[in-house]
Design a protein around this ligand. Structure first.
Ligand code: DLL
Length: 431
């Protein structure tokens, strides 16, 4: 079976793309304008936008609107046309439910098949899907993508790394879909169980949480042979994974499925549109969604728009810094957990596991970074001092650093890795 080149999925000139987006936006607005749902009547009341050129004068949408209309208030098709629901994995507030028609499920499969092809997948691939199956969009989204690619899916879901490492060895998967943190855990388990050399993984799509270049190196080094660790981005409110993903041949930014999701960048404070290249909040409009369309959704994710590469028509987004609301404010200085990760993961003596503790026991918050030695031969006190110096250089903040022995940072087997812990009393927040 010859490799599927991404062009086979994305055969559009930039001009043709602009027309397609314009046409799709008009048809979306036309459809929503005819919806009986009070949400859409209110949202589009007085809107005169006719096409892509004046998309910035459409109102934006925020997450709270999903909560306010829970569970079906934003649904723009008759109930009998809905074939599936998913929910956001949000930890705070009420879950947000999203609905899909058969066509939406089809688009979901298509954009994930592209993401897998961009990362290195072919119809001859076996892809081990270790994202959670269920209400979370990761498992089923990638699973349908694998099937659309014509490849073989192993629906492993989350948890049980020992069993999963064995499956990787026995079934010969070449592709892996999993969070970066679980991928590292799997590799560690495979090494401990002595099955690493029986595993033939060559590429993977990793996302659902922010991860650094240092994490990419750790993941690519963790498997025997060459391995391309590609980033995949998405969110339930838009569709799930597959909104944007990295091309193994041009790593460093993610190709946006712009024919389905129209991207803009706005100033996170004022909401004013920013030009391509400038850092700001990603705003997305679902051009083809039927059941649960969203207009100009404020994702809360900070990135910038970059030009297309490699002959594909689609612009790209820079790798994500993290959510605007993940930003830690310490003594007036803003720092993203990913900046701390970059320092910890760049140290050759440390494993990829770490945690950030926001110690709020006194009036001034103190930050404790807990990292872990790669093996017993590492001088943990010297490593802690090194990391503390580098953190001070890169963030201008003094943080406490503790380097524990191998296995000292608790592992998480299911869902998105939790990196930041709050400490308000003397109990150990890491458990
Ligand atoms: O995390 C969908 C997904 C599943 C993406 C599997 C990739 C792979 P939600 O649970 O709704 O959906 O969370 C969406 O997670 O707004 C980002 O803040 C964050 N996120 C997702 N992918 C990335 C990534 C899924 N590659 C929220 N890098 C988004 C950084 C990411 N953050």
């Amino acid at each position: 079976m010859t490799a599927l080149h991404p062009h086979e999925f994305l055969d559009l000139s930039p001009d043709a793309l602009g027309h397609l987006q314009d046409e799709r936006l008009r048809s979306l607005l036309d459809r929503l304008g005819r919806s009986d749902a009070p949400y859409w009547r209110q949202k589009l009341d007085g809107v005169t936008v006719t096409g892509l050129d004046d998309i910035a004068s459409l109102p934006t949408t925020v997450k709270q609107e999903f909560r306010d209309t829970y569970p079906n208030g934003m649904v723009a098709v008759p109930a009998e046309d809905v074939v599936r629901v998913h929910a956001s994995s949000g930890t705070s507030g009420k879950a947000t439910i999203v609905s899909y028609t058969a066509h939406d499920v089809d688009v979901f499969a298509e954009v994930n098949a592209r993401a897998l092809a961009l990362a290195g997948g072919t119809a001859a691939s076996t892809v081990h899907v270790a994202y959670g199956y269920g209400l979370f969009t990761g498992g089923l989204g990638l699973h349908y993508g694998v099937e659309r690619l014509g490849a073989r899916a192993v629906p492993a879901s989350g948890g049980n790394p020992a069993f999963q490492a064995g499956l990787l060895a026995d079934l010969g998967a070449d592709g892996l879909a999993a969070t970066p943190s679980f991928t590292l855990l799997l590799a560690e388990r495979a090494a401990e169980d002595g099955v690493l050399d029986k595993i033939s993984l060559r590429w993977g799509v990793h996302g659902a949480e922010a991860w650094s270049e240092g994490m990419r190196e750790k993941i690519e080094d963790a498997w025997e042979g060459t391995y391309d660790a590609c980033d995949i981005y998405g969110l339930s409110e838009i569709i799930g994974p597959g909104v944007a993903s990295e091309w193994a041949e041009h790593k460093g930014a993610l190709v946006i499925a712009e024919d389905h999701f129209y991207p803009e960048i706005v100033d996170p404070l004022s909401g004013e549109p920013l030009p391509d290249g400038e850092l700001g909040e990603l705003v997305l409009t679902t051009l083809t969604k039927q059941a649960h369309p969203v207009i100009r959704y404020r994702t809360g994710d900070i990135t910038r728009l970059l030009p297309p590469v490699g002959g594909l028509p689609f612009r790209r987004i820079d790798r994500l810094q993290g959510r605007a609301d993940d930003m830690l404010i310490v003594r007036g200085i803003n720092v993203y957990p990913r900046e701390i990760e970059a320092v910890v993961l760049a140290d050759p003596g440390l494993s990829g596991h770490y945690a950030i503790v926001m110690d709020r026991r006194s009036t001034l918050v103190e930050v404790l970074v807990v990292a872990e030695a790669k093996d017993d031969g590492v001088d943990t006190a010297a490593a802690a001092e090194r990391i503390q110096d580098r953190l001070r250089d890169t963030t201008r903040l003094r943080m406490e650093v503790e380097v524990r022995g191998p296995g000292g940072v608790p592992r998480q087997q299911i869902g998105k890795a939790k990196r930041v812990f709050e400490q308000t009393d003397d109990t150990d927040p890491l458990g």
